[in-house]
Design a protein around this ligand. Structure first.
Ligand SMILES: [Zn+2]
Length: 175
């Protein structure tokens, strides 16, 4: 699947998730606002494009330009923890060959957990009140629930369109 196809697929999943969060959020005791839905949409769309950043392309170049600007902004505003996380995410696609780990079936589940863990450890270091792992684990599931759903949803949309999911493989082309 090419980049345009992934944008289209990612937008559909992201829109469906963002809308569901607004409509059904209250059912699960979480009040999702428009801002939350925008966050859910952005993260889902981002992760639906993320796997193909492992190959040199025009989207990849724009991605690194955006990261470059974002890192300067985060540095300037003193958001060092977020800046570290963004830098880690930005580097990871190019650590492996094209269609390497970013197109692995388990990455969409494992990587978002890993990112939350890294982010949380950075936060916990500065917060002596909440330094027990058990508390932290509960906190992932409640505070980061939206992230742990949005990121894999977008990512699996990408793998689905690339036909990387074995039982759905119908020989669709990929980048
Ligand atoms: Zn791909």
């Amino acid at each position: 699947m090419n980049f345009t196809g992934h944008i289209a697929g990612g937008t559909v999943t992201a829109g469906a998730l963002a809308a569901s969060a607004l409509v059904y959020g209250n059912t699960f005791g979480t009040n999702y606002t428009i801002e939350d839905s925008i966050r859910i949409f952005t993260v889902t769309l981002f992760f639906s494009l993320f796997p193909d950043l492992d190959v040199s392309s025009i989207p990849q170049r724009w991605f690194f330009r955006a990261i470059f600007v974002l890192l300067i902004i985060l540095g300037y505003t003193g958001e060092y923890q977020l800046a570290t996380l963004v830098a880690i995410i930005a580097i990871t696609p190019v650590l492996d060959h094209h269609h390497g780990w970013t197109h692995n079936l388990y990455s969409p589940i494992l990587v978002p957990f890993f990112l939350i863990l890294v982010y949380d450890i950075m936060l916990l270091k500065n917060n002596t009140m909440f330094n027990t792992p058990i508390y932290a684990f509960n906190k992932y599931l409640s505070n980061y629930f939206w992230f742990l759903i949005s990121a894999p949803a977008g990512w699996y949309t990408h793998l689905f369109l690339d036909s990387k999911i074995p039982f759905l493989n119908n020989k669709r082309g990929h980048l």
